[in-house]
Design a protein around this ligand. Structure first.
Ligand code: SAH
Length: 244
């Protein structure tokens, strides 16, 4: 039996946003690996072994998945949202680079609806013009690089999606990000806090950035800052398609 590794995105939370392609991969899997809360979204069944693991064990988890696939198992590695956006796909390729014996394994990456797109859809179309996405977690990169990217994104007038805006271990990071954006002249821009989008705990707050406070974001929040042309129409927020 030939093994395979499928790296799949489960979308932002709602089962209706799991793609049919990902559902089919899960139906055919013998083993599912991933961060515990994501593995918990996969229904248990006979013939399927679930391997939940801690968030900080990405490279080990990636190596485990490759080893199981090499043993002939049908392995699915799950991420929330899209697996290529601040998630497991890159970790698997990093592990693969370090392990030449596995480089002929059958590997697929199946896209998912990333949090940024689910959040934008709730607000309207704030990513309708040029935008960028920045991960505010400094686990895997130095904080000064995050500050530089925020400043340059503001200067370039991108709409900005912020992943991992705030964690208990790093409460000051998001406060600093708001300060940088205000200093860069973004105080009048629209900011969207999209909490637990597409889950029963969903909550969307839309306000001017100068009124934003740190406690509006937590680890289940995706933040979008509009560009300078972003407008409101009724309850909707959108970036006009034409910018002069
Ligand atoms: N691969 C994921 C992102 C992982 S990083 C994706 O493509 O969506 C984790 C961050 O994603 C969280 O801190 C939060 O900023 C965001 N996120 C994930 N799911 C979310 C949801 N349902 N609602 C709001 N933000 C979410």
């Amino acid at each position: 039996m030939t093994g395979s590794l499928t790296i799949a995105g489960l979308g932002p939370g709602d089962a209706a946003l799991v793609t049919p392609e990902v559902s089919a991969a899960l139906d055919a899997a013998t083993d599912v690996l991933g961060y515990t809360p994501y593995v918990a979204r996969v229904p248990a069944r006979d013939g399927l072994t679930l391997h939940p693991s801690d968030n900080r064990m990405e490279l080990q988890r990636a190596g485990d998945a490759l080893r199981l696939a090499a043993e002939g198992r049908s392995v699915v590695m799950v991420s929330s949202g899209d697996p290529g956006v601040f998630a497991m796909a890159a970790a698997v390729f990093e592990a693969l680079e370090a392990s030449p014996q596995w480089q002929n394994l059958s590997i697929r990456v199946l896209p998912g609806v990333t949090a940024m797109l689910a959040a934008a859809a709730r607000a309207g179309a704030p990513l309708g013009h040029d935008f960028c996405a920045i991960n505010l977690s400094d686990n895997l990169k130095p904080w000064p690089l995050i500050e530089k990217r925020l400043r340059l994104a503001a200067e370039a007038d991108f709409a900005i999606a912020l992943y991992n805006p705030r964690s208990a271990s790093r409460p000051e990071g998001f406060a600093r990000a708001l300060e940088i954006l205000k200093d860069a002249g973004c105080g009048e821009r629209t900011i969207i806090f999209a909490h637990a989008v597409t889950t029963p705990r969903e909550r969307i707050d839309i306000l001017p950035l100068r009124e934003a406070t740190v406690d509006m974001a937590d680890m289940a929040t995706l933040v979008i800052i509009g560009n300078s042309a972003t407008r409101r129409v009724g309850r909707w927020v959108y970036a006009p398609r034409r910018v002069s």
